[in-house]
Design a protein around this ligand. Structure first.
Ligand code: NOJ
Ligand code: CA
Length: 677
C-alpha cells in the first residue's frame, strides 16, 4: 500500500502508469516462493518473496542495444502462457543419480507500443529452490544483427544481507579469496554471489551461459542494496554481439532457509538443456587422477626442460605404477610438450600441442599406462593465447585421440586473453564452447583451468567434467602467490561450488615443503585434506601429492591413504547436512555403485566439536564405520599431520561426536554389512 501512495504522490505520470499496471503472479510448487510481475509504461518489473518476506523488491527488466533505443519501456503484453512441469532425469554423472525438475513457468510476450513494435519475451520459472528468468528475443525486422550494450536487469534487494563475494574484473579472474561484508559494501561482484540473514540464504548466479557474456553484479544508484546485471564487455565495450533470435542465459536466484540447504539445490543443472541422447559418452568416466604437478608448484621441479624438468618418462612411469596400484584412473603430465622454457606465463605462448619435450616419450608412456590400466591425461596450457591455441587445438586433440587419451586439462594463465579480452566475456564463452565441442569430437573429457565460471553446461555437454575457476590448492604450493586461509575451503562450497564441479585438487599429505617454499603452507590438517574429497564436489578429483608422500621408501602406505583409496567420485545421492559459510561444513554422499556412504566434515581455523547423527543411513542395517579424525593435538599450524583412525559398528540411530581441530576435519567411510528386516 505504501508503495502505491508514494507513486501517486510523486508525479501525475506515475499515477497514470500505476493505474494502468497489469500484474501476474506465479508461485513455487510448494508455495513458499512467490514472484510478482508488473507492467507499467516504464518497464516490466519483477518482485520475489520467500515465505511472505520480500527478497527482491520491484526490479526492472530490459535490454539496451548499440545504435538502437532501449527495449524496456512502452511495452504491452500480447500473450501470456503458463505451464508446469515435474520430471525426474538422470545425469550421466553427478552428485545425484536422479534429479527432480519441478517448476511453474510463465512466459510473457511483449511488444513495443510505438512504431517499431519490437518484440521480446520474458520467461520466469519458479522452483521450490529458487527463481530463474531469461530474455528471449525473436527474429524480427527491427532487430537482426545486434550488439547488446547493456542488460538492464535489476536486483533490488530487500535487505542489506551479509554477502560472500569476489570482486569482478581482476587480473587473476576467479582466483581470489572471498570477501565477507554487508551487501551495501559490494561494488562489482562475480556470481555466484551468496547472501545470508536469519532464516534465509540466497545465491544469485546464472545458468546456461551460451554465446553471451558472463553476468557480474554492479552496485547501483543511491539505494545501497540495488544492483544491476553488468555483462563482462569485449575490449571495445560491446557486451554481447548476436543476432535474433537469441536468448539470454537464465538469471538465477536460489533461495533456501539456510546456507547449507543451498548446497542441496539442483536449480542450475535443471535450467540447462539435456544432452543429445545420440552422442557417444562411452569415454566419459568420473574418477581420481594424479599428476606431475604439485612438485612443480612447490618448486621441487619445473615445467621447463633442463635439470629440474618434471615431465620425464621415468617419473611418469612412477606415477602410473602408483595409480595402477590404487585404482587411480588417470595421470596428468604437465610440461609434457615443447615450449615451456623460462617464464612462459609472461610472454605470448610458444607451446607445441603435438610435440613432446625431450626426455618424455609420449608413445612409451601412454603404452605403459595402457598396460597398467591407467589413462594419461593430456595438458594444454595456452598462456591465455586463444588464437594461438585455436590454430593448433584440433591437431592437439587429434594427437591425443591417436594415443588413446580420453581426457585433457587446459589452462589460460594470464590476466587477459590474447592480451585484451576478459576470461569471462563472450570471447571466452564462445572459445570455450569450441573447446568442449572439439574435445567431444575427439572423445576427450575436459577439465579447464582459468576459464569462465560454470553455469551447469555439463548437463548439455557431459564431457565437460570439471573446472578450476577458483583459487585452488596451487596457491598453497607457492606458485604463483601466497597461500589460502584455512576458512577458504569452507567458503567455496557455498559460493563457487554452487556453480558446479570444482577442481580444487585436494590430498596433500606432506606439509613440510618449506625447504623449497619457506613462506607457504597448506592451511589444514591431514584429516581436513581427506574431508575435502567429500565436501568439495568434482567428478574428476585429484590425488594431488607426490607418490612418495603417500608411501614410505619401503613401499609401506600411509594408513590414512585408505580413505582416498576408497572414496569414489560419482554419487547416488549427496546431502549437505550441517555447516555455516566460512565456519564448517558436513556433507554425506552415497556411492553411485554401492551402498557405501562417505562423509566429510571440513573445518575453519576455530577448533570445534560437532555431533553427527547418521540418520541418513538405511534403517535396520549395521554399518562398519572407519573414521579418519584429527588427533587430539592436531592443529594446522603446529601439528598438521597428527591423525587417528577409529573403527566401530554403527546404525542410522548412532550419533558420532566429532572433534575438529583448527584447520581440521574428519572423513568417514560407512560400509553396510548386516541388513536386518
Ligand atoms: C595454472 C593451473 O591452475 C595449474 O593447475 C597448472 O599447473 C598451471 N597453470 C600450469 O599450466
Ligand atoms: Ca589456476
Amino acid at each position: 500500500m505504501k508503495l502505491w501512495l508514494g507513486l501517486i504522490l510523486c508525479t501525475g505520470y506515475l499515477l497514470i502508469s500505476t493505474a494502468k499496471a497489469e500484474q501476474w503472479h506465479i508461485a513455487s510448487p510448494n508455495g513458499e516462493i512467490n514472484v510478482q510481475l508488473e507492467l507499467t509504461t516504464d518497464a516490466l518489473q519483477y518482485q520475489v518473496k520467500f515465505q511472505q518476506q520480500p527478497v527482491i523488491k520491484a526490479s526492472k527488466l530490459g535490454l539496451a542495444f548499440k545504435n538502437q533505443a532501449k527495449l524496456q519501456s512502452n511495452l504491452q503484453v500480447t500473450k501470456v502462457a503458463e505451464r508446469q512441469q515435474d520430471q525426474n532425469w538422470q545425469p550421466l554423472w553427478g552428485q545425484r543419480a536422479t534429479i527432480r525438475d519441478n517448476f511453474r513457468e510463465i512466459t510473457l510476450t511483449l511488444r513495443e507500443t510505438g512504431d517499431k513494435a519490437r518484440q521480446l519475451q520474458l520467461v520466469f520459472r519458479v522452483y521450490d529452490d529458487g527463481v530463474a528468468f531469461r530474455y528471449k528475443v525473436p527474429a524480427q525486422a527491427e532487430l537482426q544483427q545486434v550488439v547488446i550494450s547493456d542488460e538492464l536487469t535489476e536486483f533490488n534487494f530487500a535487505q542489506n544481507y551479509a554477502a560472500w563475494w569476489q570482486q569482478a574484473y581482476q587480473p587473476q579472474s576467479y582466483e581470489y579469496q572471498y570477501l565477507n561484508s554487508a551487501l551495501s559494501s559490494v561494488n562489482v561482484a562475480h556470481t555466484p554471489l551468496t547472501l545470508t540473514d536469519d532464516g534465509i540464504a540466497i545465491a544469485i548466479h546464472e545458468a546456461a551461459l551460451v554465446d553471451y557474456a558472463a553476468m557480474t553484479l554492479r552496485h547501483q544508484g543511491e539505494n545501497l542494496i540495488q544492483f544491476t546485471a553488468d555483462l563482462v564487455p569485449w575490449s571495445n565495450g560491446d557486451k554481447v554481439r548476436t543476432q535474433t533470435p537469441f536468448q539470454s542465459p537464465w538469471r538465477t536466484i536460489q533461495i533456501a532457509k539456510n546456507a547449507v540447504a543451498l548446497l542441496n539445490s539442483d536449480l542450475i543443472l535443471n535450467l540447462n538443456e539435456p544432452a543429445n541422447a545420440k552422442i557417444d559418452t562411452s569415454y566419459i568416466k568420473p574418477g581420481k587422477y594424479m599428476g606431475i604437478w604439485w612438485e612443480m608448484h612447490i618448486g621441487l621441479k619445473d615445467w621447463s626442460p633442463g635439470p629440474k624438468q618434471g615431465a620425464t618418462t621415468a617419473r611418469a612411469k612412477q606415477y602410473i605404477d602408483f595409480a595402477s596400484q590404487h585404482d587411480i584412473d588417470g595421470v596428468l603430465i604437465e610440461g609434457w610438450n615443447q615450449g615451456w622454457e623460462g617464464d612462459w606465463w609472461q610472454r605470448p605462448p610458444t607451446f607445441s600441442f603435438t610435440k613432446p619435450v625431450k626426455g618424455l616419450d609420449m608413445a612409451e608412456v601412454t603404452q605403459y599406462a595402457k598396460s597398467k590400466g591407467v589413462q594419461i591425461i593430456g595438458h594444454h596450457e595456452t598462456a591465455a593465447g586463444v588464437a594461438y591455441y585455436e590454430a593448433q587445438m584440433t591437431a592437439g586433440m587429434a594427437y591425443y585421440q591417436k594415443l588413446g587419451i580420453h581426457s585433457v586439462k587446459m589452462g589460460y594463465v594470464g590476466p587477459l586473453l590474447d592480451q585484451k579480452e576478459w576470461h569471462d566475456g563472450q570471447f571466452m564463452v564462445n572459445h570455450f564452447q569450441k573447446v568442449v565441442d572439439t574435445a567431444a569430437a575427439h572423445g576427450l573429457m575436459v577439465n579447464a583451468h582459468e576459464t569462465v565460471k560454470d553455469t551447469g553446461l555439463s548437463r548439455t555437454n557431459p564431457n565437460l567434467m570439471t573446472r578450476e575457476s577458483v583459487r585452488g590448492m596451487e596457491y598453497n604450493g607457492g606458485s604463483p602467490d601466497t597461500g589460502n586461509s584455512p576458512n577458504h575451503t569452507v567458503i567455496i562450497p557455498f559460493t563457487r561450488g554452487l556453480a558446479g564441479p570444482t577442481d580444487f585438487t585436494p590430498g596433500i599429505f606432506n606439509f613440510n615443503y618449506q625447504k623449497y617454499r619457506p613462506n607457504n603452507r597448506v592451511p589444514s590438517t591431514l584429516a581436513n585434506q581427506l574431508s575435502l574429497y567429500v565436501t568439495l564436489y568434482s567428478p574428476l578429483q585429484m590425488v594431488a601429492d607426490l607418490p612418495e608422500h603417500y608411501q614410505d621408501s619401503k613401499g609401506k602406505m600411509h594408513p590414512a591413504f585408505a580413505f582416498i583409496d576408497a572414496v569414489p567420485t560419482d554419487w547416488q545421492q549427496s546431502i549437505a547436512l550441517q555447516g555455516e559459510i566460512g565456519e564448517f561444513l558436513v556433507v554425506a554422499r552415497q556411492d553411485k555403485h554401492s551402498e557405501r556412504w562417505f562423509v566429510g566434515a571440513s573445518n575453519n581455523q576455530t577448533a570445534r566439536k560437532i555431533a553427527l547423527p547418521l540418520n541418513f543411513l538405511k534403517a535396520n542395517t549395521d554399518y562398519q564405520l572407519t573414521l579418519y579424525a584429527d588427533a587430539a593435538d592436531a592443529d594446522w599450524r603446529k601439528n598438521p599431520s597428527a591423525y587417528q583412525i577409529f573403527s566401530q559398528v554403527v546404525t542410522a540411530d548412532s550419533v558420532i561426536p566429532l572433534t575438529l581441530a583448527s584447520g581440521g576435519g574428519a572423513a568417514l567411510e560407512l560400509i553396510p554389512f548386516n541388513v536386518k528386516n
